[in-house]
Design a protein around this ligand. Structure first.
Ligand code: TRP
Length: 449
């Protein structure tokens, strides 16, 4: 295992860090959550805001996490305590809680993905994908696939930063890019693809003024870039000071956006060309798992082959993201309690596996957990991180962003800090209020049946 002079594990190469961060970012968020949020959130208006917020909130916040993490050389709880003082340590616990909750349902969705990959390979897709999804999404089978997926995730995290996380990302990420692009090119050949492109890419201007579309777009930007719960912070804590942080954040954000955008170019034409708007609208969390099997089924044998590839790629993307979620929780326990990596990963991974039984048995519970942790807690965490980097730790973060940056990127650092100080907090506070309202309503609706 690679150790820096302080004895802390470290990435062995600069590309390894970028690929691991991109691997964290690119996942189910891009292909499962993005199309479902986009179709709920007004299509193209959502997409446009999502792009803008990725640039204006996403890149600066990723740099806030990178700066704090590399400075502290510790996982979130210790990092916040050491750099910002005791009063900030509870925020680290919120991060760990968010990681626990997100991974517990994320792994269930990843389990669906693996299942669909096996179905493509061995039985073929059914002609009634909405019914089929209803049958398999929740229950003992879903729980079994979730447990299996967690087991693989735990194994990689036990393997450590260099041998496990870095090596898996170097191999799997390039494979993912190639397959998604290939599938989007195929989707362009479908009859009726045009209507899907219109819905996806032609903004309704009045929707741009809707605060709920802002909330959904901001939440998607956070989720997709793995921001707001210390994931990027933790990865950066394994860096030496020669990494160009502003450039790395920009590469990661554009990669993540690129995959989400291309995934939209795949999913929207399929939905419209197979007239699946109704089925997809009725089961939001299932949108992807209803839309694509319909397309694959209609393509016959060819569709099975494409389907195997598609779900394999998706499972790979999910795995590199799940690794980063478990890493935050594991690293925090290691740093806080002096536990070994193996013990921390196994104990916390087992706890997450048990929590995940709830969303595996009930898709409404899954949707609720995504609201609470995947949306509200991330926005809350992002708000706190912006205040931290823009105000309280401004000079520390500035030093970190300058160290290792090329002259071009050094010139951008003052701008980034200004955005973190004046632009990010008000926008995030605004969406936080709407998210609080929306999340409270979702909790009440869930428990009142
Ligand atoms: N970004 C990942 C995705 O899009 C999910 C993810 C990984 C994540 N790590 C995270 C989300 C940390 C929020 C916080 O699928």
């Amino acid at each position: 295992m690679a150790a820096s002079s302080t004895g802390r594990e470290a990435f062995a190469s600069r590309a390894g860090f970028i690929l691991a961060a991109a691997g964290s970012a690119v996942g189910l968020g891009n292909m499962w959550r993005f199309p479902y949020q986009a179709s709920e959130g007004g299509g193209a208006a959502f997409v446009l805001l999502y792009v803008v917020l990725t640039l204006v909130l996403g890149i600066p916040l990723m740099l806030a996490e990178f700066g704090v993490g590399r400075r502290a050389q510790l996982a979130p709880i210790g990092a916040l305590r050491n750099l910002a003082g005791r009063a900030w340590a509870p925020l680290g616990y919120v991060f760990v809680l968010a990681g626990l909750m997100i991974l517990s349902y994320y792994s269930v969705i990843a389990g669906w993905t693996v299942r669909y990959g096996f179905e493509a390979a061995f039985t073929g897709f059914t002609a009634a994908p909405a019914d089929h999804f209803g049958q398999v999404a929740a229950g003992a089978d879903a729980a079994a696939f979730h447990v299996a997926f967690m087991a693989v995730t735990i194994l990689i995290v036990v393997g450590g930063v260099k041998g496990g996380i870095e090596r898996a990302s170097l191999l799997l990420m390039p494979m993912l890019f190639v397959i998604v692009i290939g599938l989007a090119l195929w989707a362009a050949t479908l009859d009726g693809a045009g209507a899907g492109y219109v819905k996806y890419l032609k903004p309704e201007l009045d929707e741009l003024m809707n605060p709920d579309v802002w909330r959904a777009a901001a939440s998607q930007a956070f989720f997709s870039l793995s921001l707001g719960m210390g994931g990027m912070l933790t990865f950066a804590s394994y860096l030496k000071r020669d990494q160009n942080l502003p450039e790395s954040a920009t590469v990661v954000a554009f990669t993540d956006f690129g995959v989400a955008f291309v995934a939209g170019l795949l999913v929207f034409p399929v939905i419209y060309s197979f007239a699946l708007q109704g089925a997809v609208g009725a089961s939001t969390v299932g949108a992807l798992f209803i839309a694509l099997p319909s397309a694959f089924q209609a393509m016959g044998e060819m569709g099975r082959i494409v389907g195997v590839f598609f779900f394999f790629v998706l499972a790979v993307g999910a795995l590199t993201s799940a690794i980063s979620l478990l890493e935050v929780v594991t690293a925090s326990v290691m740093d806080e309690f002096g536990m070994s990596r193996r013990r921390a990963a196994v104990i916390m991974g087992a706890a997450i596996t048990v929590i995940g039984i709830a969303p595996a048995m009930d898709t409404d519970a899954l949707g609720l957990m995504d609201k609470i942790a995947g949306e509200f807690l991330l926005i809350l965490g992002g708000f706190a991180l912006a205040l931290l980097a823009g105000w309280k730790l401004r000079s520390e973060v500035r030093d970190e962003l300058l160290a290792g940056a090329s002259p071009f990127w050094q010139r951008q650092v003052p701008r980034i800090l200004t955005v973190l100080r004046w632009v990010v907090p008000p926008i995030v506070a605004f969406v936080l209020i709407f998210s609080l309202r929306e999340t409270a309503a979702a909790i009440i609706a869930f428990f009142s049946g």
